[in-house]
Design a protein around this ligand. Sequence first.
Ligand SMILES: C[S@@+](CC[C@H](N)C(=O)[O-])C[C@H]1O[C@@H](n2cnc3c(N)ncnc32)[C@H](O)[C@@H]1O
Length: 282
Amino acid sequence: MIARLREFEFTERDFSRVSRLVGEHAGISLRPHKEALVYGRLARRLRVLGLKSMKEYLDLLGDENSQEFTHFVNALTTNVTSFFREDHHFQYLANVLLPELTKGKQKAKLRFWSAGCSKGMEPYSLAIVLYEYMEKFGPLDVKILATDLDSSVVKTAEQGIYPEESLKEMSEGRKKRWFRQGQGEQLGSVRVSPLLQRLITFRKLNLMDPWPMRSQFDVIMCRNVVIYFSRDTQTKLFHRFSDIINPGGLLVLGHSETLGACRGRFRSVGKTMHRKKPGGVK
Ligand SMILES: C[S@@+](CC[C@H](N)C(=O)[O-])C[C@H]1O[C@@H](n2cnc3c(N)ncnc32)[C@H](O)[C@@H]1O
């Protein structure tokens, strides 16, 4: 009934095809109640391409390397994020983890990964915490890798330009120190300090694919990403994370995410924060 009132035909079979494609490619598991959301997001692509039905769209999608497949995936990801989201994670880093990992070391080497970084607010928040720490306690050898499946958000993250409103929860001190007000056409926008950008490497990366990184990480933040994956996909991913986190290193999840079957490799150190057990099983 509802389907007939819609601008484009979108059958149950079309929805199943979309679910299968995005599930196989990105691990994202689309439940039936997401049907209206999926329709709304893909309808925009149909308008751009001047198509008449979802079937027509799905038939022309092509394989995973086609340009339209990138638009398809980008349309189906959920990118909600903000600066210092779930602030207790950043407080733990500043007050507990960094003092511990840098204790007695000259210019300690620390590697961070923001996996599923969306528009970049998460890695920039991390970079702010790291700079503030370095300004107080001396230099560190730090690098942040920030990755996301969605190429459009990675581009936004790299540019580091945001609506001024996105800083509304931030302290005045941090706003002044780390952001520049836009002028002229950029009025109402802010730009992150190049100092923060220098700490971060942004890349497009599908967590379901093999990972090109060779190094181990001290901290992996993968927050509010696996919530869209099946339990089985989550467990496989957590095992892969556990393999590349240094013993004692930290895995941070989002507020509604749990380690499930992988919890034996970690010890909980607070809400959705897990330290890899020393000598943790491979
Ligand atoms: C809700 S955002 C969370 C952003 C940030 N971590 C936070 O908590 O504010 C989830 C992000 O995960 C990304 N994502 C979903 N599936 C992914 C996958 N298979 N590989 C990499 N990133 C993925 C989405 O593109 C989206 O930007």
